[in-house]
Design a protein around this ligand. Sequence first.
Ligand SMILES: [Zn+2]
Length: 391
Amino acid sequence: MHRHRSSLGALLHHVHVSGPLSRAALAMRMGVNRSTILALTAELVAAGLVGEQPPSGTTGAGRPSLVVRPSPRFFVLAFDVAVDRLTAARVGLGGTILDRRSAPRSRIGVDLETVVRKLVSLGRSLIDAAPPAAVCVGIGASYCGMIRPGDGMVRYGPELGWVDQAFGAELAEALDLGLPVAVGNEAHLGAMAEHERGAGVGVPDLIYLHGDVGVGGGILVGGKLLGGDAGYGAEVGHMLVNPVDGRACLCGSQGCLEAETGEYALLAAAGRAPGPSGADAVRAVARDAVTGDPAAARAVAEIGDWLGIGVANLINLFNPGVVIFGGMLRDVYEAAAPQVAARIARHAMPVSRERARLRLSALAGDATLLGAADLGFAALLADPLRTPALR
Ligand SMILES: [Zn+2]
């Protein structure tokens, strides 16, 4: 791509992930001089993508470096298809969730058509509620399954029982906004979002683990998502940890990490029924474990043990700077940190683990949604002045 246009995208990307930045800070981050920043900013201001203003708290003395801020007038629709819940949000340039809608969803009878119809209804209501001047520049979606890059085909979503469903194409057609829908795996997107604006900022080698009913993984190597040969890499939930007497996994195997650490394993170990919301049930066990309920404490310790074995394997394989626990694993890890730490100390090699930090997801329930939003913004950030909405 033309170098000038990619510089425009780079500048916009900086203010999109970091928020308002002075021209001086932008010049430093991009390694260009201030007159280049001035020219690039002028073009983005003319397109309405950014605004400039004096920094707050400055008085008349001298000429302070103007602050460049992204315009929230430009937004994307971000969708999150989790096992129990559908979420849609209007996310502004700058990564701010401006408005959101969600709907609980039964685990039974979750066909493509029903999911698309519900998402379209949530999306339409967001568009209807948007200010008249607001412009939709992209659409991104997070899905709890294996996604074919390029066309958003759900190849395999064991939790919903989906095989080869044209989710991205069907959603784009039903929304009818003249924009494609970029779809990604929830844990891949969570990893990217935590790296851009969460617990993994500045850490190019990180592992994000996302617990829903299953366990997903997103692995960044040198700042790039590990996709594998065809985009289906980092299925850490199906790493074999207990081949001898492991629980049956939805994938057809047994003793997978997700079979031993997912929602069903935790609730079964605690002797509890899933109830209408798996997330609430998991949270309740984690909370009760901390406050001294013996059955909950035993269940959390058991699950924490398997989680620690999985993380120890990942640390030996990838030598990550940070391992981030997201989704329901955020609650599980909070309660089971001692078991996880003990397994890592026992099974991960000292040299592999000496710099690895374990962190809770900073974006919490929004990690996958914000990752989906960034997929929606990708075209705009790649070439800001050529986005369809601006032509
Ligand atoms: Zn499995």
